[in-house]
Design a binder for this molecule. Structure first.
Ligand code: FAD
Length: 335
């Protein structure tokens, strides 16, 4: 079974989420004895193809046209549909970004096939007849459990939550098959969009991105006032990391919503996660499980976060965090 990745880009560069999809797609295409394809749509984006080959794509389908410079839902969906008709993959993977979440259902509807959204894992299992099948894992029922799904129609369409997949090592100079297609080739030269994207206005990333940070210090409702939340910010700074927050803290206006970690926020995979005053609700925990080391500070020894952490400190944040800060300062000074 061949697998096709939709290669979303930002400023002509494929996104980190796409590199994760390539890594997963590579593993799965081996399991199913297929090839890994990628579809690259845009204007003057061909140079991004080398990145896709170097991260495992065997075939890259490139469609370049000024009409594709900005994302146009219906034209992109139609172009992808034509690529899928030609490449005949058994699985099409998208990152569950705003763009992926718009495109994937459109493509599924055109292909009259099934779609599973917001997957956190893709597994190969065996059906009752001993045949391999693909299983999509999604957090279900408000994050209280993980549900396993399988799509019965082909191709299967899946969106993966960004941040849950690691990338494979880049093989510099790795090449593959480049398939250049024009809108004319796809029968879309005269395509008239029903709505047109006129401009994309990027919001300025004021702080470092939380998804790629090595250290994330998350403040929970246990530090739910400005004074105690400051301790979280100080700890993040001392550890060279960034600040994240649970939903109640976002609701309280102590952190912007881009900082929310969990099912409705970001999935993170730092080397070190520190949760301060975080209870460990499932909806939060699904976003931190890929962290290398989880350190929890909570005054309640029965808090669920202690069941998933590697290191736990039972104590009040306002006592524990200043002591940690002191120790970090002492170590820095003695270097
Ligand atoms: C559909 C749905 C989606 C959701 N998505 C998300 C999501 O993406 N992300 C998210 O975070 N939540 C999400 N939630 C909310 C989630 O269910 C929890 O309510 C939330 O994660 C709890 O946040 P918390 O741990 O900060 O607060 P609480 O559960 O109130 O926990 C506070 C903790 O702080 C401890 N504490 C109190 N005082 C101190 C102190 N002085 N020092 C140390 N510890 C202290 C307490 O013992 C407690 O364990 C979602 C909920 C739903 C229904």
């Amino acid at each position: 079974m061949d697998i096709l990745i939709f290669a979303e880009q930002r400023a002509s560069k494929v996104t980190d989420a796409v590199l994760g999809l390539l890594a997963k797609g590579g593993e799965l295409s081996k399991e199913f004895d297929g090839k890994l394809h990628a579809a690259l749509l845009g204007d003057a984006v061909g140079s991004a193809a080398s990145m896709l080959f170097e991260h495992g794509a065997a075939v890259v389908h490139v469609v370049e046209h000024p009409k594709l410079r900005l994302f146009q839902s219906d034209l992109y969906a139609s172009a992808l549909y034509e690529i899928v008709r030609r490449a005949k993959p058994g699985l099409v993977l998208f990152a569950a970004t705003l763009l992926g979440k718009d495109l994937a259902p459109r493509l599924a509807a055109k292909l009259k096939t099934g779609l599973v959204s917001h997957c956190v894992d893709l597994r190969v299992e065996f059906d009752e007849n001993g045949r391999k099948r693909l299983v999509e894992v999604i957090p279900g029922f408000g994050g209280l459990l993980f549900a396993k799904n399988t799509i019965l129609r082909m191709p299967q369409i899946v969106t993966m939550t960004p941040g849950v997949l690691g990338r494979r090592r880049q093989e510099k100079g790795r090449k593959g098959e480049l398939v250049r297609l024009s809108l004319e080739d796809l029968g879309l030269a005269g395509f008239e969009s029903r709505a047109e994207t006129l401009e994309v206005v990027e919001t300025k990333a004021v702080e470092a991105s939380i998804e790629n940070a090595n250290v994330v210090v998350v403040g929970g409702y246990g530090v739910g006032d400005a004074e105690r939340f400051k301790l979280v910010e100080e700890l993040a700074e001392a550890l060279g990391g960034v600040v994240g927050a649970t939903r109640p803290l976002i609701d309280a206006g102590l952190a912007p919503k881009e900082r929310m970690v969990g099912q409705s926020g970001k999935t993170i995979r730092p080397k070190l996660y520190v949760g301060v005053g975080v209870s460990g609700a499932m909806q939060h925990v699904v976003g931190i499980l890929n962290s290398k080391v989880i350190l929890a500070i909570n005054k309640d020894e029965n808090a669920p976060i202690f069941e998933v952490c590697d290191v736990g400190i039972v104590g009040h944040a306002e006592e524990v965090v200043p002591r940690l800060l002191e120790e970090l300062k002492r170590r820095k000074a003695s270097k």
